[in-house]
Structure formats: C-alpha cells, structure tokens
Design a protein around this ligand. Structure first.
Ligand SMILES: C[S@@+](CC[C@H](N)C(=O)[O-])C[C@H]1O[C@@H](n2cnc3c(N)ncnc32)[C@H](O)[C@@H]1O
Length: 378
C-alpha cells in the first residue's frame, strides 16, 4: 500500500465533524505522519486505546497500520526516566491521535502568512502541519520543555523538510521575542491558562488549548484575544492531552490516618460518568481534581484538593448496595462539595459543554455559563 493510500485510510477513520476542515485534512495528506514516529513505540489503538508495542524492524505491518490509524503513539514515558516498554508507565510525550490533531487545528484555523506559537513540540508532527498551513510567508515557533524530545523533533522535522523555529523551554512563558502571534496552538493539557499567551497575541488572535481541569476527559477551548488584552471563548468539544509539566495533578495522595468513614446515598458513578457540561460546572465550582477507576465490579472515585495531598475523599460503588462507603481525609467535605456542584448543574437545566466559556485576564481566569459577565461561576 502506498503512503497516500495509507493517509487516505487514516482520514477515512476520522469521523466527519464541522471542525475537521478540508484544509486541515489536505495538510494531513501533504505531511505524512511516519517520519515523526520512532521505530519502537507504544500505540494506543482505537477508541478503547488498547496498548500495543509497535516495532518497525520486527513487525513492519503492525507498525505501519498503527502509524496510519486514528491512534495515539506514545513516544516517551516517565519524562524519559525509563525506556518505553510494555506495562503501566505514565505517558509523557506522544504523537496525538489524528482525529484530535484535526479537531484542534480546525478550531485554530491558521491562515497562510500567519505567525503561530505552538506549545508542546512532541514529535514535531503538528509543528510540521502548522508550517504547511501557514506556508512560506508564515512562521511557526514551537516550544518543548524536554530537551531530548525536542532534539528528536528537530531530526524528524529535518527529515520531513519542515523548518519551524524550535525552542527548549517551559512553554508557559511563551516567546516574547517572536511575538505578536496570530494563533497559539497548545498540545499539552492546561488547568490554568498562562496570561503570557494572551499578552503575546494580537487582538483577534485565536488561542486553542485542551482545558484539563482534572475531572474526566479534557475539553477543547477556543479563546479570542480582545483589544484590551483579555481573552474570551467557549469550550468546543473533546480534547484529552498529557498535562503541561508544571500543571500536573498532585500524586500520590497522602494518608496519615485520622480519616472519617461515612456513607452516601448518591451513587459515585453519577459523578464519574457525568456529562461534559457537568464536569465543567463541577471543575469551576469546586476547583477539585476528580478521578475514578473501574476495578472488577467496583467503581472507585477520588476527589482531591489540587494543592494539598492530605485532603482527599474516596467513594466506592459496589453493586447491590443501598448506600456507598465514603472515606474522607482532611478538613474539607469534598464529597458534599462535588455533589452540591453536580446538583446545581442539574438545577440549571443540565447545560451542555458548548454553553460554558472562559475569560482570561491579567488577574487570572474565570469560567462562565452563557454570558461572560452575568454567568460567572468562578
Ligand atoms: C501530546 S505531546 C504533543 C504532541 C505534539 N504536538 C506532536 O505533534 O507530536 C505533549 C508535549 O508537551 C510537552 N510539554 C509538557 N509540558 C510542557 C511545557 N511546560 N512547555 C512545553 N512543552 C511541554 C511534553 O514534553 C510533550 O512532548
């Protein structure tokens, strides 16, 4: 099968959506993905993200099929502390799934001749796609925090014939020297939007980022920069990404005894499997990190204070129970806070993700429902 046929096969796997524009899909045809994928990597195949090691030398067919499928390819684990191998390491760099890349680029809509700032170079594939989209007269500045990842990206980009300007630094500071930007494209998960990105963008510029506040999967956020150097925008859809290094959630939680055993009538799955709009409301109203794990026939849900590993709550769903166990540590009633926020969202008529938005100012960020001023949540 030719590269072109493989690319068309990948594009056929990407479900049609308004943001997946013909320009972005054409860029994916023009910029093949394989020069950015190492010979040995970990693929997360299909919607279920089934883990599979891919090895170009030992099993080329599986490698090519994975590279040209709608799958995440993990290229670094544990910040490079260990080599990629089968098992439960923490992915820290990857080539994102083509459908997610298409979504973000569609929301960003970079035009020929524009100046783009990218945060999270990773393999370099999206920097190459951005370079193609802005063309010869545009510029792409891409920042990667990990020097080893950046070095490999530079090699990949040279092989592919793309020439973005690469910087090794913490992308939270942007790059003032190469500002102003027309577009800012962020490919690591963000909890607190750095104001530098707004400050370094011209009025009318678009910033697209995966907002990952710590409840469920992330949300695409498309901000537009205003003449007064603030930015407003709405949540656009699904976008799950690896967190920006400095914004990772607190782990592990600490248990120094003294916790309280309680019970609740509210099934923790109500929170764990809540709709995206509910997740945004709970994130805005509580500021908590909430994660869950399915283990045999149990669902375990943790709510955590993002700043204090000694404040957390565990709620366990076991089938057939009228009440569920709650273990609460620290002086905040986190389960009450989370469930109160959930039922406030229900009382508003269960608004969907696209009715929520964010405003970013030099003082910080706030989330709103429907109206940036009257609908302020936090
Ligand atoms: C999902 S990968 C990016 C995918 C990439 N755009 C591509 O096309 O392959 C996320 C990247 O963000 C990088 N990263 C994490 N924190 C960062 C930070 N503070 N500044 C810049 N890059 C960061 C990670 O090292 C990782 O390489």
């Amino acid at each position: 099968m030719s590269i072109g046929q493989r690319i068309d096969q990948t594009i056929r796997e990407i479900p049609p959506a308004a943001q997946r524009t013909p320009r972005v899909l054409d860029a994916m045809r023009a910029v093949p993905r394989h020069p950015f994928i190492p010979a040995y990597a970990q693929a997360l195949l299909g919607p279920a993200e089934i883990e599979r090691m891919i090895d170009l030398d030992a099993d080329p067919d599986t490698w090519w099929d994975a590279v040209y499928s709608d799958s995440v390819i993990v290229t670094q684990v544990d910040d490079g502390a260990g080599a990629i191998k089968p098992g439960a390491d923490t992915p820290t760099s990857s080539a994102s799934a083509p459908s997610t890349v298409a979504d973000l680029l569609g929301w960003l809509n970079p035009e020929p001749g524009q100046r783009v700032l990218e945060i999270g170079t990773g393999t370099g594939w999206t920097a190459a796609l951005l370079s193609h989209l802005v063309g010869e007269r545009g510029t792409v500045t891409s920042i990667e925090v990990d020097a080893t990842v950046a070095e490999q990206a530079a090699k990949n980009l040279a092989t592919a014939g793309a020439r973005p300007h690469l910087i090794v630094a913490d992308g939270a500071g942007g790059c003032a020297q190469r500002a102003p930007y027309d577009r800012v494209h962020v490919t690591c998960g963000i909890r607190d939007v750095p104001y530098a990105w707004v400050e370094q963008s011209r009025p009318g510029a678009v910033i697209v980022l995966p907002y990952c506040p710590g409840l469920g999967n992330g949300h695409g956020l498309r901000l537009v920069v205003m003449p007064d150097a603030t930015a407003h925008g709405r949540f656009t859809g699904f976008a799950a990404y690896m967190m920006m290094r400095s914004q990772r959630p607190p782990t592990p939680v600490r248990d120094d005894g003294g916790g309280r055993d309680l019970t609740t009538r509210i099934d923790p799955r109500t929170i764990a499997f809540a709709a995206p709009g509910a997740l945004l409301a709970m994130a805005a109203l509580t500021g908590l990190q909430v994660t869950y794990k399915q283990q045999d026939d149990q669902v375990l849900l943790w709510a955590m204070d993002q700043d204090d590993p000694g404040i957390w709550t565990l709620v366990v769903h076991e089938p057939g129970r009228a009440e569920f166990e709650v273990y609460e540590l620290g002086d905040r009633p986190l389960w009450d806070e989370v469930t109160d926020a959930y039922f406030r969202w229900v009382s508003w008529g269960e608004p969907g993700r696209d009715r929520f938005g964010m405003t970013v100012t030099p003082e910080g960020q706030r989330i709103w429902l429907d109206d940036p001023e009257r609908g302020r949540l936090a």
